[in-house]
Write a protein that binds this ligand. Structure first.
Ligand code: P6P
Length: 331
């Protein structure tokens, strides 16, 4: 019998049946996210042919230069969620303010998205991604959505990342394990390709922008010195892999082990990466796969927010390397 891989939608419905606390309406939100991912993947494939590469000449709310594809991907996610009636609010890296989408009782979710992560890679055909956190709005109206999010009153119920690389991979967790799906372009379906992902207890890769080494805290520098100490067995040495797209670096870390780190530096004293729609969703996924995620002293999942674009330092990956990092920072 031909082995038909399980579609994302079928898998999610099975998951939701197995996790009674998860509302079934989440499947509809996921359907919108997968549709948006397919549209962005298609645009990525043809961007160079239709003049969609390059900058738009403005910056987003946290100072990143915006690419045409940043704007395109943001509009795709706005369109994908707007008409479902299930989304109360949308936070995006590309928009300074939260967008109130719907105030009906059915609108129980807040979506926080980095629509096009790593866009500096787009013009050189490098890997890029989308990162999505889905938060469950507490009862009551939508007048206080932002404080619901930043106070933790709206817990994250699902996290997704999509990696637009040689293949388009959709990885999610709803708190009951981590599952990866690869887009079959002929079918137009995401099919199960990475069942119940578990991060290796330790790895051989580290992922950080070593160009900032001189700007880092001496204890962070010491960690990298410890990690890269020569050992007799060459195969136990660590190798640097850093793509400039967090989704791609975290995907490799998730599958092969190791650590991704973006420490504070002189230009980013609170760290560069955004908590709500980059670090929190990716940390949820890594921890669900058996890994750890910290800002160096505190679990990412325990951090509080003061704003929807809150920045944080981050180190996430295999327990062995993350624990070594925290140990070096504590000494
Ligand atoms: P740097 C992309 O802009 C991003 O938010 C992450 O995807 C990536 O890991 C990081 O910033 C790259 O930052 O300073 O190394 O270029």
């Amino acid at each position: 019998m031909i082995q038909h891989s399980k579609t994302l939608n079928r898998h999610l419905l099975d998951q939701l049946r197995l996790t009674p606390h998860m509302p079934g309406s989440l499947a509809t939100v996921f359907a919108q996210m997968t549709f948006a991912a397919k549209i962005v993947a298609r645009e990525m494939r043809r961007a160079a042919l239709v003049g969609e590469l390059g900058l738009v000449g403005q910056q987003n709310s946290t100072g990143d230069d915006q690419k045409k594809l940043d704007i395109f991907a943001n509009e795709v996610f706005i369109d994908a969620i707007t008409d479902s009636g299930l989304i109360a609010g949308l936070v995006s890296e590309e928009m300074a303010e939260m967008q109130i989408i719907s105030d009906t009782p059915e609108a129980r979710y807040i979506v926080a998205v980095d629509p096009f992560d790593g866009s500096s890679n787009a013009d050189v055909n490098g890997a890029v991604g989308s990162i999505i956190g889905i938060y469950h709005k507490p009862d009551g109206g939508s007048a206080h959505l932002e404080s619901d999010l930043t106070s933790g009153a709206a817990p994250m119920v699902a996290a997704i990342y999509v990696m637009y690389g040689p293949s388009t991979v959709f990885v999610y967790t709803c708190g009951a394990g981590v599952y990866g799906f690869t887009l079959d372009h002929d079918l137009g379906e995401f099919l199960l390709s990475h069942n119940n992902i578990r991060i290796p207890p330790h790895g051989h890769y580290y992922s950080a922008n070593m160009g900032y080494l001189q700007d880092w805290n001496p204890k962070v520098q010491y960690f990298f010195q410890k990690l890269t100490e020569p050992t007799e067995q060459r195969e136990s040495r660590y190798s640097l892999r850093y793509s400039g797209a967090m989704v791609a670096d975290v995907h490799r870390t998730l599958l092969e082990g190791g650590i991704y780190i973006y420490p504070p530096d002189k230009k980013h004293p609170k760290g560069k990466l955004r908590l709500l729609y980059e670090c929190a969703p990716l940390s949820f996924i890594v921890e669900q796969a058996g890994g750890l995620a910290t800002n160096g002293t505190t679990r990412i999942s325990h951090l509080t927010y003061n704003s929807i674009h809150e920045l944080t330092a981050i180190a996430l990956g295999s327990p062995a390397e993350v624990k070594l990092y925290e140990k070096c920072l504590a000494e």
